[in-house]
Design a protein around this ligand. Structure first.
Ligand code: CTP
Length: 410
C-alpha cells in the first residue's frame, strides 16, 4: 500500500515571485518541488530575473504561464494575488526588498504584493555587504513590521566569490516556514521537549549496543509541532536525518547522556514526548581496548540504564503533559496500558514493530493512542500525519488537564 508522504501543500495556491539574482536558478528547483507536492504555483518574474533564467523554465516547471509585464492587460496585479494562500518571493534582491519596503508599484511583482492580503514570505539573497548595509537592514525591518516573514539568508560562499551572509536559505527551511504560515498556530503557547532515535551504548572503541530506531517518528513530531507554532527542543540519539529547521537540537549518544539532557530541559516544557528507543542496558564496564576474539568465554556483563520516562513521571509538574511510546510485538494494548500506569504518563503511543509499514525505519506508522480512559487505533498514515494526530490528542488532553488544575490557558 502506498501512502502519500505529505499532502500539506496539495491544492495550495502559491504566487511565486522571482527577482534578479543568480540564485534564481535555485528557485526553479523550488517551483519544481512545490509542483511535485501538487501546489498550484504561478510565477511572477521581475525584468531582471528573466535575464538569469528564462520564463520558459518556470512555465515548464509550474505548468502555468509566467507573468512579468504589468501592462500585459487583464489587471494581473490585482487578479494574481486575489485568491492565493501565500506569496513566496525567492530570491529577493536588495532592489526588490527596497521596492516592497517603500510600497512601489512600478512592476508586476511589487504591485501584486501591494494588492495582496495573504501571508508574504521573503527569501533575500545578495552580496553580504549589500545585505548588511543599513539601507537593506532598515528595509527588511520595515517588511517585518508589515507582517511579512523573512527567511534569513545563510552564510557561506557567495556567487561573487566572497564569503559571508547572503546566500539563499535552504529549501527545507523555506518549506517549513511556508507550512508554518499555512498551519493553524494552535501550539503557539507550548514548549515541547521531544526525544528521538536510538541510544548507543559503547562496549569498546569499535563496538556498541543499539537498536533499529531511525528517529523518523520523533523528528516528524518535532517538525509538525514547530509548524503549529510550538517552541521545540529535540534531544536526538545518533540518526541519519537532517535537523528540522527552527528546532533546537541537542545531540546525545548514550542513555545516560539522554537522561542528563532531558533532566536539564524538562522543567521548562509544557509537553514532553519520549519517542526515543532508549537502550535498557549498557555495558557494565567499557573496555578501553578492543575486545579480542581470543578471549575464551566472551561474556557481556550489562548494567541497567535509568528509565527516563518513569523518572519524568515521578518528578513532573501536575500541569505538564507526558507522552511515551511503546514499541511492541505482542499484546499491544495491554502492554501500552501497563507502561502508561507504571510510568505515570498521560498518553502512550503504541507502535507495532512487526508490521510491514509501521515502526522502525518505515515512513508510515499505525499507532494506538492509549490514555487512562481510552484506546484509539489510528489508520496507517505517514509519520508526519501520525505526529499531527498525536498533537491533536495532546492538545485535548492538555485542555482537560488545565481545566482540572484551574488554569484556563493551554
Ligand atoms: N524509556 C525511557 N527510558 C528507558 C526505557 C524506555 O525513557 N530506559 C521510554 C521510551 O522512550 C518510551 C517508553 O519508555 O517512551 C517505553 O519504551 P519501551 O522500550 O517500549 O519499553 P520499556 O520500558 O523499555 O519496556 P520493555 O523493554 O519491557 O518493553
Amino acid at each position: 500500500m502506498i501512502i502519500e508522504q505529505t499532502t500539506l501543500l496539495r491544492g495550495k495556491k502559491i504566487l511565486f515571485g522571482v527577482s534578479g539574482s543568480i540564485a534564481a536558478f535555485k528557485a526553479a528547483g523550488w517551483v519544481s518541488s512545490l509542483t511535485k507536492e501538487e501546489a498550484q504555483v504561478t510565477v511572477v518574474m521581475t525584468a531582471a530575473a528573466t535575464r538569469f533564467v528564462t520564463p520558459l523554465t518556470f512555465a515548464a516547471l509550474s505548468g502555468n504561464e509566467v507573468q512579468s509585464d504589468i501592462f500585459a492587460g487583464g489587471m494581473a496585479h490585482i487578479a494574481l494575488p486575489a485568491a492565493v494562500d501565500a506569496v513566496l518571493i525567492a530570491p529577493a534582491t536588495a532592489q526588490t526588498v527596497a521596492r516592497l519596503a517603500y510600497g512601489f508599484a512600478d512592476d508586476l511583482l511589487s504591485a501584486a504584493v501591494l494588492a495582496c492580503s495573504s501571508p508574504v514570505l521573503i527569501c533575500p539573497a545578495m552580496n553580504s555587504k549589500m545585505l548588511t548595509h543599513p539601507a537593506t537592514q532598515r528595509n527588511l525591518a520595515t517588511l517585518r513590521e508589515f507582517g511579512y516573514t523573512i527567511v534569513e539568508p545563510e552564510s557561506g560562499r557567495l556567487a561573487c566569490g566572497e564569503e559571508g551572509a547572503g546566500r539563499l536559505a535552504a529549501w527545507d527551511t523555506v518549506r517549513e516556514t511556508l507550512l508554518g504560515l499555512l498551519a493553524t498556530q494552535d501550539m503557539a503557547e507550548q514548549q515541547v521537549l521531544i526525544t528521538a532515535g536510538p541510544t548507543r551504548e559503547p562496549l569498546d572503541p569499535a563496538r556498541f549496543l543499539s537498536n533499529r530506531s531511525s528517529g523518523k517518528m520523533g523528528y516528524a513530531l518535532a517538525r509538525t509541532a514547530k509548524r503549529r507554532g510550538a517552541a521545540v527542543t529535540l534531544i536526538s540519539g545518533p540518526v541519519a536525518l537532517e535537523p528540522p529547521p527552527g528546532v533546537a537540537v541537542i545531540h546525545v549518544e548514550t542513555a545516560l547522556e539522554m537522561a542528563e539532557a532531558v533532566s536539564r530541559s524538562a522543567a521548562a516544557a509544557s509537553i514532553v514526548v519520549k519517542a526515543a528507543a532508549v537502550a535498557d542496558f549498557r555495558a557494565a564496564a567499557f573496555s578501553a581496548h578492543k575486545i579480542k576474539k581470543t578471549v575464551t568465554e566472551p561474556l557481556l556483563e550489562l548494567a541497567a540504564n535509568p528509565d527516563i520516562l518513569a523518572s519524568l513521571g515521578r518528578n513532573r509538574r501536575p500541569d505538564q503533559l507526558l507522552i511515551g511510546f511503546a514499541a511492541e510485538s505482542d499484546s499491544h494494548e495491554a502492554e501500552g496500558r501497563r507502561k502508561l500506569l507504571a510510568k505515570k504518563a498521560d498518553l502512550i503511543v503504541v507502535n507495532d514493530i512487526l508490521g510491514k509499514n509501521t515502526g522502525f525505519e518505515a515512513d508510515t506508522n499505525q499507532v494506538t493512542l492509549i490514555t487512562l480512559e481510552t484506546a484509539e487505533t489510528l489508520e496507517l498514515l505517514s509519520k508526519e500525519e501520525t505526529a499531527d494526530r498525536i498533537w491533536d490528542k495532546a492538545i485535548t488532553l492538555l485542555h482537560s488537564k488545565r481545566m482540572k488544575h484551574g488554569t484556563e490557558q493551554v
